[in-house]
Structures are given as C-alpha cells and as structure tokens.
Design a protein around this ligand. Structure first.
Ligand code: ARG
Length: 376
C-alpha cells in the first residue's frame, strides 16, 4: 500500500498528516488485514472492515480495539529502523489511557508509566497511549523529549546540566518553573491539549530514580559525581497506526550502555567528560596519538555497565544488543518479513566494526505502523 508520499518515500519527520476519509480508509484496511493476519485471526477481518468503514463514514475517523492498539504499537516498534533493541518487540506492554483528557490526568498517567516500566529495576518495555488526534478530539502534546530528563542552563561561565535541554529548560523557566541550576536537575512535564496553554508538572522526587556512576576498579571515578536516570522514556514521537495519529504515546525500552557512556557523557556538546577522565587516567590530553580518548571511552562505558548492574537496573551492552539484533533478523526472516534499518543508527558509537551490523546493508524503507518525529 502506498500512502500519499508513497510508502518508500515516507519520511521519519514532517507535519502531522491529515488524511482524507478515502486515504484513511485505505490505511485502516491495510493495517487491519496485516494485524489480524499476524494474529492468525483472519476470519474477523471482513466484519471489522465493514465496521470501520461505517465508523469512518459517520465520524470521519475510527477507533482501534485494545487488541489492534497493542499489536499496532508492537509493529511500530518492529518497524523502527533506528532501534537495535527490536528483538523484544512482542513483549511491549501497552497501557491504554485513551480516556484521559486533562493535562493533570495525563501527567498522572505518565507517572504511572514511569513506575510500571521501572518495575523495581527489572525494566519493562512499555508504551502509554493517549487519545489520538481526530476530527473530534484535540491534539495532545507532551513537549518533553523524555519523561525523565535533566535540565540544561546557559550561564555566564558555560552550560550547567545537559546542553541538549537548554531550549526546553528556557521554555520551562519562562513558564514559572525554577530549577536549581545544577548538573542533574529533573525537568517538569509540559503537557498541552489543543491550543490551550501548556501546563507544567513537577515529577515527584521519589519517582526520579537514578544510578550513581562508579567504576569497578577506579575509586576516583565516583568523585566525578556522575549519575543518570534509569529509564529512557521517549515522549516526543507520534505513533501512527492504520492512519490514526497518536501524538502522545510515550514509550521505553531499557538503556544501551553506549547511549549514556559514549554519547550523553562523552559528546562535546553534552556532558563532555572525556578530557577529565583522560587526565585522571594519567594522560596528556593534548596528544591524540596516545588514544586517550578511546581509553577514556572504554573506562566510562565500563563504569556505566558496572553501575547499572550494581543498582539492579536493566541495561544492555552494545555487543549483547547487537547479538540480540542478529536474532531479531533471523526471526524476521523466518516470519517472511524483510528487516528495514538505518545502519548509521544501528551501529554502536564505539567498536562498531566488532559487530555484524558493520558488514551489513539495510533497506531503509519506513513502514507503518511506526514512530515519527513531530516538527509542530
Ligand atoms: N539516546 C537516548 C538517551 O540517551 C534514549 C533513546 C531511546 N533509547 C532506548 N534505549 N530505548 O537518553
């Protein structure tokens, strides 16, 4: 099935599509057929399609059953070209919160998501789905990138906190939120319905769980004062299933060690810790040829893995994650589906040539259901 852009041209970002009833009907049909074929319940397809056609004629939209929502969200994960963790797509837990319609209730549901997904450290891949945007329901937006995240402050002597969050932090400050100006201050949830003014909600401190970063051998590592939150819950993407746009659908897996150790703490435009670690390791950091950056990266990543293990919080290292992805590729082949992927994202940011993904090419087609970035 080709959508207006042509399935093969689907971009990961762009405006939120507004399908006419004909296009919506087509997208609904192709999803419903796929859904019940995969669930091996083909016999419900015809009557379900008739119901959906009727609903679209009468209301301009249609409503997924809980089963369709669950399987649709799982397919969206399976289709996420940039995700190395897709082996576990079938285990995604779907929390159906479509009945909520106030920012306060939505924030509360986000808090429930955090606790459910955390599960005491044994992290559960989870998505909470709020009401979709339809001709008769307003757009819900969670403006946070993730439900747990640190503020970033531009100060006279440089940036404090996470530089990636400076713009969002400034927005929060301009709307009455006041952070401590520290390196690891939790950001509030910012939730908007339709054209109403967005509302801000602090995340209760007891919900903001973090792992303190220590090293299995170097005692000084703890003195760096590094910490990171336990669950990455992406809240800024639109889930599209069968032509329906769920503009608020926060989802999480667990962390891949390199996301924290080779990017969040290492990137020069993030916490930029490599030089300090290199110096502590005894290197002259003005000299690239010693490969001090590489050594600092390895020790930082060992610290991240060690600390999450000590804290009893699920986290996967990049070698294991890539092995699991190879299993996903074999599973998909057996199921007769082609794996699509974005190699530049699937490759770990360190030791990439040690993984099978390095020698592999992937079809970059963006299939739906999927998760999309929102520009507006
Ligand atoms: N890279 C992002 C971060 O470091 C998280 C993106 C989602 N990651 C995941 N493992 N599901 O916070």
């Amino acid at each position: 099935m080709l959508d207006s852009l042509g399935q093969h041209e689907r971009a990961l970002s762009g405006p939120i599509p507004e399908y006419g009833t004909e296009a919506l009907r087509e997208l609904a049909h192709s999803f419903i057929v796929q859904c019940y074929q995969e669930l091996e319940r083909e016999w419900v397809i015809d009557s379900r399609l008739a119901d959906i056609d009727r609903e679209i004629s009468q209301t301009g939209t249609y409503t997924h059953t809980e089963e369709e929502l669950t399987h649709g969200a799982r397919i969206a994960w399976r289709n996420s070209n940039r995700c190395i963790g897709r082996l576990f797509w079938q285990s995604l837990d779907v929390l159906d919160e479509r009945s909520l319609d106030t920012p306060e209730e939505i924030h509360q549901a986000c808090c429930r998501h955090i606790e459910y997904a955390r599960n005491g450290g044994d992290i559960r891949p989870t998505i909470t789905v709020f009401q979709p945007e339809t001709p008769h329901t307003e757009r819900i937006r969670i403006w946070n990138y993730q439900l747990l995240r640190y503020a970033g402050y531009e100060t006279e002597d440089g940036i404090a906190g996470d530089p990636a969050e400076c713009e969002f932090t400034r927005y929060c400050q301009s709307h009455g939120w006041d952070g401590d100006g520290g390196p690891f201050d939790p950001l509030p949830h910012v939730i908007q319905i339709g054209d109403d003014e967005p509302e801000l909600f602090d995340v209760p401190a007891e919900l903001f769980e973090e792992v303190e970063i220590t090293h299995p051998q170097y005692d000084w590592f703890g003195e760096l004062g590094l910490r990171w939150y336990d669950v990455p819950i992406v809240s800024s993407m639109r889930l599209e299933i069968g032509g329906i746009s769920y503009t608020a659908a926060p989802f999480n897996g667990w962390y891949l060690s390199t996301e924290i150790g080779a990017r969040n703490f290492a990137d020069e435009d993030r916490y930029d810790m490599l030089a300090e670690i290199g110096t502590r390791l005894g290197y002259d950091t003005s000299e690239d040829r010693s490969l001090w950056k590489d050594e600092a990266l390895v020790e930082l990543n060992r610290a991240v893995v060690h600390s999450f293990d000590e804290a009893g919080v699920t986290l996967v290292d990049h070698h294991t994650a890539t092995e699991q992805f190879a299993q996903f590729e074999r599973n998909e082949e057996r199921a007769g589906r082609e794996v699509t992927g974005d190699r530049s994202w699937l490759l770990p940011p360190m030791s990439s040539a040690t993984t099978h993904v390095f020698d592999q090419t992937y079809d970059t087609t963006v299939k739906t259901p999927n998760f999309f970035y929102m520009s507006e």
